[in-house]
Each structure stands twice: as structure tokens, then as C-alpha cells.
Design a protein around this ligand. Structure first.
Ligand code: GRG
Length: 299
């Protein structure tokens, strides 16, 4: 059913979808053995977080005319990939962080080896969710989703972006390289969310093209705001260590452009992202509101 953006109740929408995502995440982890692995997987996956990625997936499915219930296993898979990337990102060999989602990082509690393996288990479980635990979705669509997730999580996406990010620490980085890092390390997964939700609904090529433009805009905007919040917000509010980028000598948007210009850049990107959906008025209210949420958020 189409929703008018002026009457759309975004906060109820978030509450409703967060609730179904939380329940599906909880149900997605069975009686894993050994117990320590199960605990480590649950510790990070069920630690809260905004759940932006699964909600984007559900909203894109609805936008493309699908039933978001059918996209729920894929939405869970996306949150699993996101969570595993956070666990690995926090390891001493990468960002070496102690705090995530308001609690000690996975490796601080379970040790590096189990943290790595919990991440591996979440990543592999994510593909299981799509391929084996998505009843009611035609297999050709699921195959496309598996392909999309493999590409956007792997070397052409998150992994590639993370490697360039690590290579650039302590070096002078230009805006083009920074944009590459942001679009890959962060934007790729947001794109995977939007594209996979639409694929499950059987979206047309035109609609997928528009969603890719939308996803690129919100993906870059999301990481620019993440850079801004690292400077302006507290660790308490963020649930992760604030001010890390400066300490790690990372190039960020605020470092290159200043805070005001960075915020403006993010706002402009969100405006462009929303414009890409204009020809498809129907069911666009949640995706438009999610785009605004990316720049308005405080954590
Ligand atoms: C995916 C195979 C595979 C490997 C992972 C470690 C790594 C490779 C990539 C790092 C990716 C990374 C951590 C990017 C940062 C993205 C980001 C801004 C995360 C914070 O997201 P929020 O604010 O967090 O949505 P919550 O906790 O709310 O979910």
C-alpha cells in the first residue's frame, strides 16, 4: 500500500520493523556448538544497534511491491554481515577498539581467535539464511541475492574498502581516495541491502537502477555523517569510542572539508538520492524517510 510522505509515521515504521528484525535475529541462531561460539555470535548480533541495514532491505522490498516478510531472512543475513564486519574491524589487527554497541568488543570478551571465528560463523550463516532459510522466494531471485551479497561484501566491496582504509592510515589522502574508501567500506553493504530487498520483490531493471543511485547517495552520506559524529558525539551516545579517527590519524570528511561543509555534502547527497526515486512515487515514503534519518541521526 502506498504511503504519502507528508502523513507517513516514520517512528512507528521503525519500531514495527525493528521489532520484527530483533525477533528474526534472535531466531536465526540455533543451538550452535560449541557453546562459546554460540555465545560469541549472540553477544554481538543481539547487542542492539540501529538495524538500519535490515530495515533498508525490508523497505526496498516494499518499494518494489514485494511482501517484506519474504525479505526478512535476507534482512537478517545483511545484519549478520554487518555485525561480522564490526567484530573484525574492532580486532587489534585492524581498528583495535574496546567498545561497540555500548559494550566491550567481542574480542575483549571472548579473545581474538573466537572473535574471528564468531565473525566467520556469522558470515557463513548469512548465506545460509538466504539460500536455505528463505521460504516462499523463487530460487532464481535467491541466487541473484547470493551473488549480490558475495560481490558487495568481498574484495569488490567491504573487504576492498577496508584494505584501502588500513593502507591509508597515517598518510595524506585526497577526496577521491576517501570517497573510494567510504563507498566500498560502508556504501557497498547499504547498496546490498537495497538491491537485495528489491530483487526479492522481483524488481524491474529500471527500478533497480534507480535504487542503485539512491543507495550510492545514502551510502556515502552515511559514512560522512559517521565521520562527523566521531568528532561531535560522545562515546556514551555512540556506544563506540568517539574521536578514534583523529587518534588513528585517519583522513575523514571533516578533516578535508570541515564539519559544516561535510554536513552540507551529506545533505546534498541525500537530496540527490531521494530525487532518484521521484519517478516511483508509490511506496517510497519509508526509503525517503530513511535517507533523511541518515543525516539527522545523533548516533
Ligand atoms: C564482510 C567479508 C567481510 C569482511 C569484513 C572488517 C571489514 C571486512 C570491513 C569493515 C567495514 C566497516 C566496519 C565499516 C564501517 C561501517 C560503519 C559506519 C559502521 C557503523 O554502522 P552503524 O552506525 O552501527 O549502523 P550500528 O551499531 O548502529 O549497527
Amino acid at each position: 500500500m502506498g504511503e504519502d510522505i507528508s502523513t507517513f509515521d516514520f517512528s512507528s515504521y521503525l519500531i514495527k520493523h525493528r521489532k520484527s528484525v530483533e525477533a528474526a535475529l534472535d531466531a536465526s541462531l540455533g543451538p550452535e556448538r560449541p557453546e562459546q561460539l554460540r555465545e560469541a555470535m549472540r553477544y554481538s548480533l543481539l547487542a542492539g544497534g540501529k538495524r538500519l541495514r535490515p530495515i533498508l532491505c525490508l523497505a526496498a522490498c516494499e518499494f518494489a511491491g514485494g511482501d517484506s516478510v519474504l525479505a526478512l531472512p535476507t534482512a537478517v543475513a545483511l545484519e549478520m554481515i554487518h555485525t561480522m564486519s564490526l567484530i573484525h574491524d574492532d580486532l587489534p589487527a585492524m581498528d583495535n577498539d574496546d567498545l561497540r554497541r555500548g559494550r566491550p568488543t567481542n574480542h575483549k570478551v571472548y579473545g581474538d581467535a573466537v572473535a574471528i571465528l564468531a565473525g566467520d560463523a556469522l558470515l557463513t550463516r548469512s548465506f545460509e539464511m538466504v539460500a536455505l532459510r528463505s521460504p516462499g522466494v523463487p530460487v532464481e531471485r535467491l541466487l541473484k541475492v547470493v551473488g549480490e551479497l558475495s560481490l558487495l561484501a568481498g574484495a569488490p566491496g567491504l573487504v576492498g574498502g577496508q584494505v584501502v582504509d588500513l593502507e591509508c592510515e597515517g598518510k595524506a589522502v585526497d577526496l577521491e581516495t576517501l570517497e573510494f574508501i567510504h563507498l566500498h567500506k560502508t556504501g557497498a553493504l547499504l547498496k546490498a541491502c537495497v538491491v537485495s530487498g528489491a530483487l526479492i520483490a522481483g524488481a524491474s531493471a529500471d527500478l533497480l537502477d534507480a535504487l542503485c543511485i539512491y543507495a550510492k547517495g545514502i551510502g556515502l552520506a552515511f559514512q560522512i555523517i559517521d565521520d562527523v559524529l566521531d568528532v561531535t558525539a560522545s562515546s556514551d551516545v555512540l556506544g563506540k569510542t568517539a574521536g578514534k579517527d583523529l587518534v588513528a590519524d585517519k583522513t575523514t570528511y571533516p578533516k578535508l572539508l570541515g564539519l559544516d561543509e561535510s554536513r552540507k555534502r551529506a545533505n546534498d547527497l541525500v537530496i540527490e538520492a531521494k530525487a532518484a526515486l521521484k519517478p516511483w512515487n508509490k511506496n517510497s515514503a519509508p526509503l525517503l524517510a530513511l535517507a533523511d534519518y541518515i543525516t539527522n541521526r545523533d548516533r
